[in-house]
Design a protein around this ligand. Structure first.
Ligand code: ATP
Ligand code: MG
Length: 472
C-alpha cells in the first residue's frame, strides 16, 4: 500500500499531530517524559484560577480585530489572554485530577495534566513590561475603528446548539462564589481597540512577540493531547476491566475536548495575528477566513476521503461522491474546522458503503453531499447508502471510543515517530469530535439513519457568528 506523501491541510487529529511534530523538527520527547512536576504552590495558584469561569468569545468578536491589529490592540489582547488562558488551563488541571474510578491515576492522564500545569505556569510567569502612567492611560482609552469612533465589542449571544452549562468550563465553576466571580470576569474583554494615535513604546512590541512565542511553545506541547488522553482511557479500560465509558467520563471528555478547541482557537488566532502570516491571504483575519468557500473545501475533503478509502481497502476506485453546491457560496468560518468535519463524515460514509456492498464490487452507490444556504445556517447533508446504523446504536456513535472497527489502530505513544498512515476508521472519535467543532461556533451535527439502507448526516453551520463559545 502506498504511503501518503502530501497530506491535506486539516487531516484527522492523529495525522495532524504527527505532522506537526515532524514539521517542528524537535526530537520527540522534548516535553516528555516530563521531569517537570508542579509544585504545591503552583497547584494552589491553579486552584485559585480555576474558581473563575471562562469568558466565551464569538467568531464575530475574533474578526473585529481586523487583519492588522496595532501593537496597542495586540497588547490588550495579550493582556486578556494572559488571564483567560490560565483560567481555562487551570480548569483542565483540576478536571483531570478529579476523574472518577481511578482514571486520574492513569500515567497518560497524569502526563497530560502536567502539560496543562506547565503551560499555565509559563503564561503566568511571563514578565510583563513596566509601563509609564501615560501609556497605561492610553491603553485604557478606547480607540477608533477604521477611522470612525470605536464601537464597543459586539455582544456574544447564547450558543443555540447547547444547553446552558453543557460544556461549562468546570462542574463547580457556577456554584457558590462562582456567580460573583462571573460578574468580575464579565468586565474583561477579548478585543478592545487601543488609541493608536502616535507610536507605542518598544516594550509593548517586545512583550507581544514574547507572548506569541510562549503560545507557540504551548500549542506544540499540546499537539498530542487527544491521542494521549485516548491512550489514558485505554490504560484505564485495561486496568479496570471496563468495556464502556460511563456518562461522567463521557461528559468530562466532551468538556475537555471542547475546551481544547477553544484554547487552540484563541492561541492559533493570536499567533497568526501577531506574526501577520495571514496578510498574504486576502479575506483572512488570523486563521479565520471571512469568505470560506464551501465548495472548494468540500471538493478537497471528498478527494482526500476517497484517497484514504482507496488506500485502506486497496480499491482501484473508491465509491463516488456527488457534490451539489453553489460555486460562490462563501461564509465566515475557520476553513480547517470545516475540512475536518467533512473529511470525518465522508470517511464514515465511504467506509459504510464499501463494507455494506463488499470491497470486490465494481460499482457502488453514489454518496451525495448537498449544500443548502439559509439566512441562519448553511447546512451540508452527507447522504450515503451504506446500510445505516441500528437505532439502538445511535446514542453510542456520539460516545468516545465507540467504533465498529474490530481492532483499534495502535495508539502507542511512539506511533508518531513512524510514518503514519491516515486511518480510515477505528478510534471512535470522528463523530463526537466533529460535533464539538460544529457546536463550538453555534452549529450542530445530526445523524439520521435508515437501517438497511443508509445514513444522512446533517452538518449545520451557523452564519450569524455572534454566538459565544459554549463554555459558560
Ligand atoms: N455513515 C455511516 N454509516 C454507517 N455507520 C456509521 C456511519 N458513520 C458512523 N458510523 C458508525 O459509527 C461509528 C463511530 O463513528 P466515528 O466516526 O465516531 O468513529 P470511527 O469511524 O469508528 O473511528 P474514527 O475515530 O477513526 O473516525 C463507526 O464505527 C460506525 O460503526
Ligand atoms: Mg470515523
Amino acid at each position: 500500500m502506498t504511503r501518503i506523501a502530501l497530506p491535506p491541510p486539516h487531516f484527522s487529529l492523529q495525522i495532524q499531530h504527527s505532522l506537526e511534530k515532524k514539521a517542528s523538527l524537535r526530537p520527540f520527547g522534548q516535553y516528555t517524559p516530563t521531569m517537570w512536576k508542579p509544585s504545591e504552590r503552583l497547584m494552589d495558584t491553579i486552584r485559585h484560577y480555576a474558581s473563575f469561569p471562562a469568558t466565551g468569545v464569538s467568531l464575530r468578536q475574533m474578526v473585529q480585530f481586523g487583519d492588522r491589529p496595532s501593537t496597542g490592540t495586540l497588547f490588550r489582547a495579550s493582556q486578556f489572554l494572559s488571564e483567560e488562558l490560565p483560567i481555562r488551563l487551570a480548569h483542565r488541571v483540576q478536571d483531570l485530577g478529579e476523574l472518577p474510578d481511578g482514571l486520574s491515576e492513569m500515567p497518560s492522564i497524569k502526563r497530560v495534566q502536567d502539560w496543562y500545569a506547565q503551560s499555565f505556569e509559563e503564561i503566568i510567569a511571563l514578565p510583563r513590561p513596566t509601563l509609564t502612567q501615560e501609556v497605561k492611560a492610553r491603553l485604557l482609552r478606547p480607540g477608533r475603528i477604521n477611522g470612525g469612533p470605536s464601537k464597543i465589542l459586539s455582544e456574544t449571544t447564547q450558543n443555540p446548539s447547547v444547553r446552558e452549562g453543557q460544556y461549562r468550563s468546570s462542574v463547580t465553576a457556577a456554584n457558590g462564589n462562582g456567580v460573583a466571580k462571573a460578574h468580575a470576569a464579565a468586565g474583561r474583554r477579548y478585543f478592545f481597540p487601543a488609541d493608536d494615535r502616535g507610536d507605542w513604546p518598544p516594550e509593548l512590541n517586545d512583550y507581544n512577540q514574547r507572548f506569541a512565542k510562549t503560545l507557540q511553545q504551548i500549542k506544540r506541547r499540546h499537539d498530542g493531547v487527544v491521542t494521549t488522553v485516548a491512550q489514558g482511557i485505554l490504560e484505564w479500560k485495561r486496568a479496570r476491566q471496563r468495556m464502556q465509558i460511563d456518562s461522567t467520563i463521557q461528559s468530562f471528555l466532551d468538556r475537555f475536548y471542547m475546551s481544547r478547541i477553544g484554547i487552540r482557537m484563541l492561541i492559533g488566532q493570536h499567533i497568526a495575528l501577531t506574526e501577520q502570516t495571514h496578510v498574504k491571504h486576502p479575506n483572512y483575519v488570523g486563521i479565520i477566513c471571512t469568505k470560506t468557500n464551501v465548495r472548494d473545501i468540500a471538493l478537497e475533503a471528498i478527494e482526500n476521503a476517497r484517497f484514504v478509502c482507496e488506500d485502506y481497502y486497496g480499491l482501484f476506485e473508491s465509491p463516488k461522491v456527488q457534490l451539489v453546491c453553489k460555486e460562490d457560496l462563501n461564509f465566515m468560518y475557520v476553513p480547517g474546522h470545516l475540512s475536518h468535519m467533512l473529511f470525518e463524515t465522508l470517511k464514515n460514509s465511504l467506509r459504510a458503503v464499501v463494507e455494506q456492498h463488499g470491497a470486490d464490487k465494481d460499482e457502488f452507490p453514489v454518496t451525495k453531499v448537498i449544500v443548502a444556504e439559509g439566512k441562519e445556517d448553511i447546512t451540508i447533508k452527507v447522504s450515503d447508502e451504506g446500510g445505516g446504523i441500528p437505532r439502538s446504536s445511535i446514542p453510542l456513535v456520539w460516545t468516545y471510543m465507540y467504533t465498529t472497527v474490530e481492532q483499534t489502530p495502535n495508539l502507542d505513544p511512539d506511533f508518531d515517530k513512524n510514518d503514519f498512515k491516515a486511518p480510515m476508521a477505528g478510534f471512535g472519535y470522528g463523530l463526537p469530535i466533529s460535533r464539538l467543532y460544529a457546536r463550538y461556533f453555534g452549529g450542530d451535527l445530526k445523524l439520521i439513519s435508515m437501517e438497511g439502507y443508509g445514513t444522512d448526516v446533517y452538518l449545520h453551520l451557523n452564519r450569524l457568528s455572534s454566538s459565544s463559545e459554549p463554555l459558560q
